[in-house]
Design a protein around this ligand. Structure first.
Ligand SMILES: Cc1cc2nc3c(=O)[nH]c(=O)nc-3n(C[C@H](O)[C@H](O)[C@H](O)COP(=O)(O)O)c2cc1C
Ligand code: SF4
Length: 462
């Protein structure tokens, strides 16, 4: 790897109110580690700390609901109450030990709930619209003004809790089909009141969130937003509206900068559903999808149809091919061109997600003005020490293959890399054992000498 690339990737970066030690940021990666009521567990602390120890400059938490009505799956740690502050303080302290920053992703599912949990079972999800989500067919109702006002306050309270927990900032999850996207997207938002219509109307909800957060935590707390460059909302059904184009997104970003008092950075993604062929960019492994879907068959009125398609040998294979076709050829840096377009037109830094794994591609994205730093999810699941690897090599020896098996195991199994071919061993059994050792490590981390390290014992020792 060239010295120039290395210098660029490992140079520090300063946002308006936050400094990170390099240009590698861990993107959000959800996992069902936590208690049903949204209290966090040691496994999540270990999970987050393992990336900090691997050398990234900052970590963005996984999807963190600001209210139980906004969760996508049970067993995700939440930020819906002051009683969650001590847990997040502990996560922050662990991550800070490694000179790594921690940004909490404030989130609300809206109608995009995989398994909403018992609190949401007999209630319609809240959205900008009363139209069901077209992928899983999850039913919903449009939010009233009172709902909107309450939700805005929940986001502001989430930001206050993150600050009180000593975290370094918050990210609004405004991408990938969740509640904020449901307001922003012209393909989804069909409201006729002041929260719908043109770009300014569709952005009103999130602008109110930004202002409520600023009114609560002041101007010195880092606030960034994950946003779709493009929605590609018609990827599955061509008659659905296309949703926002990159020009619409630029307009939205300018509104959210709010004359310099608003958002401090944008984190560019794409795709108005999750998952989406553009996000995470890679394969759609139908065998894993069947296991994912049997757990959410009763969640939406279209899940049964999708399940039948995935189970059918021919239709399942056709879906896999269609998925790859809708994604296109590029995986690494899939959002880079859009990010460059946005960055040239806004006044705040830009992060970009999507496939980054090799030093030359990361350096090129920064050098060409696509972004100020890249965010990485799956290649870091595969290789926690990716930052150390990129200090000396262009790419890891056992790279992430973008197979997306990690994602589709997520509903039922502990989050981790499930690509058997990446693990050493001559037989299936040997490889499987190595894979399980890595997946389960989060429950029993090892110290630098390789000894088992029980978190509770460490805490007692402190
Ligand atoms: C298992 C898994 C869980 C994810 N969870 C979240 C999430 O909670 N919030 C979010 O904004 N993105 C989430 N993502 C998307 C990633 O943050 C990232 O933007 C995307 O995977 C593209 O980056 P990558 O190619 O480096 O994986 C998730 C991705 C994966 C694979
Ligand atoms: S399962 Fe492993 S190789 Fe496949 S996308 Fe996830 S991290 Fe990458």
């Amino acid at each position: 790897m060239s010295q120039a690339d290395r210098d660029l990737i490992f140079s520090p970066f300063e946002f308006r109110r936050l400094r990170i030690k390099n240009r590698l940021v861990r993107s959000s990666i959800s996992g069902t580690w936590d208690h049903y009521d949204g209290h966090g567990t040691d496994a999540r602390v270990n999970w987050e700390e393992s990336f900090a120890a691997g050398g990234v400059g900052a970590i963005i938490s996984s999807f963190t609901p600001v209210t139980v009505r906004g969760r996508i799956l049970p067993r995700y740690a939440m930020i819906d109450d002051d009683d969650k502050i001590p847990f997040w303080r502990r996560v922050g302290e662990r991550v800070h030990r490694h000179d790594c920053k921690f940004i909490l992703q404030l989130s609300h599912s809206g109608r995009q709930q995989d398994v909403g949990g018992v609190e949401n079972l007999h209630r319609l999800a809240k959205s900008s619209t009363g139209r069901k989500d077209y992928f899983h067919g999850i039913l919903c109702e449009p939010m009233t003004r009172a709902d909107i006002h309450a939700t805005v306050q929940q986001f502001a309270a989430g930001a206050r809790r993150a600050r009180e927990a000593g975290l370094d900032g918050v990210e609004l999850h405004g991408a990938n089909g969740y509640l904020i996207t449901q307001f922003l997207s012209s393909g989804i938002n069909d409201r006729r009141d002041e929260y719908g219509g043109d770009v300014a109307g569709r952005a009103r909800f999130v602008l109110e969130i930004v202002r409520a957060i600023r009114a609560t935590v002041g101007r010195d707390f880092h606030l960034q937003m994950k946003i779709n460059a493009v929605d590609d909302n018609n990827w599955l059904y061509p008659l659905e509206g296309r949703g926002n184009l990159v020009e619409d997104t630029v307009e939205i970003c300018k509104i959210l900068e709010d004359g310099g008092d608003g958002v401090d950075a944008f984190h560019v993604s794409s795709g108005s559903t999750f998952p989406h062929p553009r996000n995470p960019p890679g394969e759609f492994p139908v065998a894993e999808a069947i296991r994912w879907y049997d757990g959410m068959l009763s969640s939406g009125v279209r899940a049964g149809l999708n399940y039948a398609i995935f189970r059918n040998r021919l239709l399942g294979a056709a879906f896999e091919r269609y998925w790859a076709h809708r994604r296109g050829k590029v995986i690494e840096g899939i959002n880079a061109d859009h990010a460059r377009y946005i960055r040239a037109r806004v006044n705040v830094p830009v992060l970009v997600t999507g496939g980054f794994q090799r030093a030359p591609a990361i350096a090129e994205a920064i050098r060409s003005g696509a972004c100020d730093a890249v965010t990485i999810a799956r290649p870091l699941i595969a290789n926690r020490d990716l930052p150390a690897i990129l200090q000396t090599r262009d790419e890891p020896e056992r790279p992430c293959t973008y197979c997306n098996k990690c994602l589709l195991n997520d509903l039922e199994n502990p989050l981790g890399c499930y690509e058997l071919s990446r693990f050493p061993g001559d037989t299936f059994e040997e490889k499987y054992d190595h894979m399980m050792e890595q997946v389960m490590a989060v429950f029993h981390p090892r110290d630098e000498a390789g000894a088992l390290e029980r978190l509770d014992e460490r805490e007692v020792a402190e």
